[in-house]
Design a binder for this molecule. Sequence first.
Ligand code: NAD
Ligand code: DAU
Length: 344
Amino acid sequence: MALKVLVTGGAGFIGSNFIRHLLRTYPGYTVVNLDKLTYAGNLANLADVDSNPNYRFQKGDICDPGHAEAALRDGVDAVVHFAAESHVDRSIADARVFVETNIQGTYTLLDLARRTGVSRFVHVSTDEVYGSLAPDQVADEAWPLAPNSPYAASKAAADLLARSFWHTYSFPVIITRSSNNYGPHQFPEKLIPLMITHALEGNKLPVYGDGMNERDWIFVEDNCRALDRVLHAGRPGETYNVGSGEPVSNLALIRSLLRILGGSGVQIEFVADRPGHDRRYALDAGKVARALGWKPEVSLEKGLTRTVEWYRTHPEWVQNALSGEYRDYYEKFYVHRRASLARI
Ligand code: NAD
Ligand code: DAU
């Protein structure tokens, strides 16, 4: 059956990769992308699908019931909810918008999706809700939630709201908690694209603290395949961890990147630590493997090589992201092009 899928936050990193995955994998599906276009939303991420007649962009805020309702109008079958403030450092500087978007926005969307009869709601959560783990610990889906940053706390709140909609209203919510994604189109404020773009420009690489914090990295296309499995075969009310199960330290990761980049003379600089910096994330993703037959296909070495290659060959995207010029894309290209395109 051909689905109509509402993707929120589709102009961001994972959302744009997921929309491309859906349109490529299911040519009969219709995809509506509701995105506010914050600093993290970049429509150039979707330039290659812009003229696909099965794709429609709607600029809007998930916190605004009018915007959310307009996007849900005309029979949306499923929602995949990515829209969020996603950067931990920004949440430490000022958490207000995290509370608004991640908690109130998620509530607004859940409420309207339930009222309009959406038959599946995939809520994209994060492994950060489990907090920092000891060296011998691995979190499965029953692990207690102990979020440490304002970002993680806002995601945990959203995650629990989503859970409550299943338990209270039998609204078919499914939650994914994935580990650190990396790959093409990631805004260069996050570790991997920041290190690559700094290295390509010959700048120092700022490592927080002692660099021994560990993260469980997953190539974004692997997460998109997991989300596809969850969307089509996940059980309502369930939560699925999505990760590689192989945490690595930030220093080891950066050294791999430098080897792949092949540059010499780039310097690591140890800088002040992130306040409340989580030491280690480690996920048990056995449930999604057993229940839905998903496992990661892209090794860290291959994924990092593809990612470095993408940033190397997209200097214009990088330049626009760093200068903020991408923010004009909507007005300059989309509004004008849209007027001349037949839309769904
Ligand atoms: P991102 O920051 O790249 O993109 C977020 C998108 O949401 C942007 O396009 C932005 O414009 C949009 N947005 C923000 N506020 C909005 C609002 N009020 N209304 C509508 N749109 C809004 O994020 P990402 O890294 O692609 O992450 C996507 C989701 O996955 C988030 O929910 C995040 O918490 C979760 N997640 C991310 C990772 C990761 O490693 N990046 C890992 C696990 C979970
Ligand atoms: O674990 C999933 C989470 O991963 C997602 O929910 C978040 O949206 C996503 O931002 C990410 O959070 P992290 O805080 O783990 O990612 P970040 O890229 O900000 O940092 C990764 C690690 O690298 C962390 O230990 C902090 C460190 N770091 C980060 C930056 C930006 C540095 O040492 N230097 C840096 O400049």
